[in-house]
Design a protein around this ligand. Structure first.
Ligand code: SF4
Length: 59
């Protein structure tokens, strides 16, 4: 099991991501990259975490 550090500044519930702590709804990266897939974002759903990496053995 990887030894990952909780980043108290980045809350995240995406447990399918390799960087998520899962047992705690936080990210383990020091820094994440956030972007959008929309030309003119207006709601949170328009944004994406571009640091997401699919967890092995997930889904
Ligand atoms: S990289 Fe993005 S999606 Fe993955 S745990 Fe961190 S904040 Fe969540």
């Amino acid at each position: 099991m990887e030894n990952r550090k909780k980043n108290e500044h980045v809350k995240c519930t995406v447990s399918q991501c390799r960087h998520n702590l899962v047992t705690d709804p936080y990210c383990s990266l020091d820094c994440i990259s956030v972007g959008t897939h929309e030309p003119d974002p207006e709601v949170p759903e328009c944004t994406d975490c571009n640091s997401f990496v699919k967890r092995d053995g997930c889904c």
